[in-house]
Design a protein around this ligand. Sequence first.
Ligand SMILES: NC(=O)c1ccc[n+]([C@@H]2O[C@H](COP(=O)([O-])OP(=O)(O)OC[C@H]3O[C@@H](n4cnc5c(N)ncnc54)[C@H](O)[C@@H]3O)[C@@H](O)[C@H]2O)c1
Ligand SMILES: [Zn+2]
Length: 353
Amino acid sequence: MTFQNEILGYPVVVAADALPIARRAIRARGVPFVVLHDAQPEIAAIARSLARGSQATIAFDLGERRKRLATVERVLDALAQAGAERSTLVVGVGGGVASDLFGLASALYMRGVAFLHVATSLVAMADAAIGGKTAVDLTAGKNLAGVFRDPIGVFAHVNALRTLPLRSVREGLAEILKVAIVGGGDLFEALEELAAHEFSRWPWPSIVAASAGIKASIVARDRLESGERALLNLGHTFGHAYERASGYAITHGAGVALGLRAAGLLALRLGRFSEREHLRVLALLALLKMPLYTSVPARAFLAAAAHDKKRRNGVPRFVLPNAIGDVAYGIEASRKDVLAVATLMQRAPGARG
Ligand SMILES: NC(=O)c1ccc[n+]([C@@H]2O[C@H](COP(=O)([O-])OP(=O)(O)OC[C@H]3O[C@@H](n4cnc5c(N)ncnc54)[C@H](O)[C@@H]3O)[C@@H](O)[C@H]2O)c1
Ligand SMILES: [Zn+2]
């Protein structure tokens, strides 16, 4: 089954085997192309299968720590060395680190060349490769240097998930869960039904397509994140603070999962969310074996939250659920309420599990 949406003005294709479709799209451009890919062996194999007719196929050792300007420079030098020109198409292959890095490099090379991404990780398929945000990290924080620039197409090669490490699957799942709470409806219910089953039995193309579709329609209404796109930060204000306070021992996905529970708790406290809906989210988080508690002390959480880049006048604004499928952004909360939530998030000393 192949899913395709054009909500953003470029094709977002989701298919078990998306490679023939990506190949056709590359050929249809009728221009020279360069393939840039994460050197991870399974990704390299995918890149090779797209390489026929390319000017060059170039591997980069990536990973979260290499999502830096220094790597962007290496990519730019490699493009120049390969003889890439203004009309050259850059084909990226890999996860979210690859789409951020190669997307940014394509935006910079000769002031911008066309970019198409073949997504191999769940994070890239459901989130990172869609919406035109690209960035690298600075010493001061993550994703602080980047641009908005749309790709000419995104191809989610779902069969690649078979070799994706389980921890990376969970990273993507946390984002899908977030999108499901924002979008509500069928996707949330599908996850409730699937949660008890092994990942190998999930209908991943339809889950990825549903999630990508919700993200694309939100982005389409607010490309530059001046308003509604903030909904996609559900769980992230809390999540980023937990990541930071833990010295990044808490992964982004685990931070988002914690953040989804915390946002529910804060919304409950502010009288915006019902106990019943909150319990549905908690049940789903628990069935998917996502963390619900953290050892990060409430005070350390607050100190980390003060760094949030989305804060205005020093006070972070929150994205909070009113209901599953009805989420609001720009919500202020008092320090007292946030502290109370952070305390509920803290696992009692000596608690097990
Ligand atoms: N621009 C955006 O809108 C946006 C949104 C969400 C996340 N991101 C970024 O995405 C990044 C995280 O993405 P990620 O989790 O995909 O990280 P990643 O690209 O580093 O991939 C995770 C790991 O899985 C490996 N991998 C990827 N596909 C594989 C496959 N099919 N088989 C085997 N191994 C595979 C990679 O080599 C890597 O080791 C973060 O840097 C984050 O900031 C960006
Ligand atoms: Zn995220």
